[in-house]
Design a protein around this ligand. Structure first.
Ligand SMILES: C[S@@+](CC[C@H](N)C(=O)[O-])C[C@H]1O[C@@H](n2cnc3c(N)ncnc32)[C@H](O)[C@@H]1O
Length: 380
């Protein structure tokens, strides 16, 4: 078995409602897609294809490479199937592995139990075949084996990613209510920004939207910001191919970007946003300012985008204050952003009614399980 050359089913997972943007990214890389579902999509390819996907995808979570499909009516049958797989061609005997799973089966009420079964099966296989066994644990720093098991149908995958791709590695100072990086990337891609005109992001918080906009506009891919992936621990991994892909990512970067402006009322938020942007390598591409959003200087005569992610609030007092903030956001967009397309990402559509503009488009997202919507406004 040569996992760098064998083609198999690849499943790319993502957070609920991000699939259309992962699909767009995968299609742009030239891959065909065989099927989609709420939290991911399927294609066909090699581990080297998984390497490309891992380095390039902004909106995905994990890239899974199928090892084997099988039927299992109970955990014992899972154990026997997993034990019969030749793990010694995938995991180094002195290596490290961990097990994750997605299980919906009447015989299981705790995934940890199934993970343990899979781990035992791999360890027992190694002991019988080689007399030694690799270490294992909960950390995702080695080979990651993933079991999907639903209605007696099971699939055993190599999770080629390890820790999720949804974090892009630069946000060391998250601030109060940060957007997940993959969500921010999808939320920017969901708009009509052409990546050449100004991107203005008042209320920027830790800077995620402005940073993702800068990364997108200058073709900086997430692989540039990450060194460790689970695929690097698989026997037969093509290190030369990985290096080539990294070199290609570096060559693709555009030195110049469009005007990107990020402002926030709080000095600490701007300090955090600058720090995060520097880690992402895009601080020189963003103009930061501390000010009330209504004082943000929007370049006139341009067809850029103005992008807000205001707080959505939960307590009553907070809501009354926020109604005024949303109303002022509406006024600001009407009076100061002519020719722009406005976006408001919020978890509270009732608050958004205070904007008093008609949304031309509504795109649904989830942020940490909260139903959210991205509202689009044409500001004539
Ligand atoms: C929900 S957070 C934005 C989170 C951001 N998208 C991120 O990923 O970190 C809202 C931000 O609005 C800022 N803010 C609140 N009222 C403001 C005002 N009147 N003018 C400017 N910024 C304000 C807060 O300081 C906070 O950083």
């Amino acid at each position: 078995m040569d996992v760098s050359r064998n083609k198999s089913r690849i499943v790319v997972t993502c957070l609920n409602r991000l699939m259309p943007w992962v699909k767009q990214e995968i299609t742009a890389l030239g891959f065909g897609i065989n099927g989609t579902f709420a939290t991911g999509l399927e294609l066909h390819g090699t581990i080297n294809d998984c390497i490309r996907l891992n380095l390039n995808l902004r909106c995905a979570s994990n890239v899974l490479y199928l090892l084997r499909d099988f039927t299992a009516r109970n955990p014992e049958e899972v154990y026997l199937q997993v034990k019969s797989f030749p793990w010694e061609v995938v995991i180094q005997p002195d290596g490290y592995f961990s097990v994750t799973s997605h299980v919906q089966h009447p015989t299981v009420n705790n995934n940890m139990f199934v993970n343990m079964k899979v781990k035992d099966a791999i360890a027992d296989r190694f002991r019988e075949q080689t007399g030694v066994r690799p270490n294992s644990g909960a950390g995702l720093q080695g080979v990651v084996v993933h079991l999907f098991w639903k209605e007696n149908q099971a699939s055993l995958f190599l999770d080629t990613t390890g820790p999720s791709l949804a974090r892009h590695g630069y946000r060391k100072k998250p601030g109060a209510a940060p957007m997940l990086e993959a969500l921010a990337a999808a939320a920017v891609m969901a708009g009509k920004w052409n990546k050449k005109t100004p991107f203005v992001n008042p209320m920027c918080g830790s800077g995620t939207l402005a940073i993702e906009a800068a990364l997108l506009a200058t073709n900086r891919k997430p692989g540039l910001l990450r060194q460790a992936y689970a695929f690097q621990h698989v026997i037969g991994y093509d290190a030369a191919f990985y290096q080539e892909q990294m070199e290609q990512l570096k060559r693709q970067v555009m030195a110049q970007g469009p005007t990107i402006i990020a402002t926030d009322l709080r000095t600490e938020a701007i300090a955090d946003a600058r720090y995060n942007a520097a880690l992402a390598g895009v601080d020189h591409l963003i103009r930061f300012d501390v000010c009330d959003f209504s004082k943000t200087r929007v370049p006139a005569g341009e067809k850029g985008v103005i992008y807000f992610n205001p707080a959505y609030g939960e307590r009553m007092g907070e809501l009354a204050e926020l109604e005024k903030v949303y109303s002022r956001i509406g006024d600001f967009m009407k009076n100061n952003c002519k020719g722009y397309t406005g976006y408001v990402f919020t978890g509270n559509p009732d608050l958004a009614k205070n904007i008093r503009l008609k949304a031309s488009q509504k795109t649904k997202f989830y942020s940490a399980r909260i139903d959210c919507v991205l509202l689009e406004y044409h500001l004539y």
